[in-house]
Design a protein around this ligand. Sequence first.
Ligand code: ZN
Length: 225
Amino acid sequence: MSDLLAHKPISASVGDYLKAIWNVAGSGSASTNELSEHLSVAPGSVTRMLGRLREMGLADYEPYHGASLTERGRREALRLVRRHRLIETFLLEHLGYPLTDLHEEAERLEHAVSDGFTERLADFLGHPGRDPHGDPIPAADGTLTPEDSLPLSEAEAGRRVRVSRVSHEEPATLAYLAENGLIPGRLLKVEEVRALDGVVTVEDEYGTCHTLGGALARSILVRNL
Ligand SMILES: [Zn+2]
């Protein structure tokens, strides 16, 4: 591969695929079906794009065995994730965007800004470690703090936990959690985790009890205190 090609900025659609592989599988491998579902595109289009990513040296891909990111693919994915999460922080803290609207706007803007802009933005924001959803922001060198959170659905009754992240790709879930104050930083006491149906009951730091269905409890990530 020529040096010129290696430094050519990747297109928005290529970037979205790299991020999708990273979101679905991290450093593991993502199947065509998983990617098709995650990106809401037909499996045939996913297969074609994976072939392109392989040609570009961004992903390893074998039909029927799924796709995983190469080192260069991972670097590109994390670069976009860094932009995305810094932009979300900026939109919330300085432009007054509601929490539910951050993700979509950041999805658009992340493809429009340069690395230079991103680093100025990081300076301006004081180099935050996490975005408004509690997701860790990768460093400029592509390193990422290892995840030490677990889903609330796997917490132990009687433990005190702090909400570290909430799922934010589903605006309705996010709106519900925000309305109920179940946001990053909130302290909770786990009252009950019902094995039968995964329903979790917690009491927040203001004494309010919340009963959360299994799917909701899985979309809240917490750290044990
Ligand atoms: Zn987002």
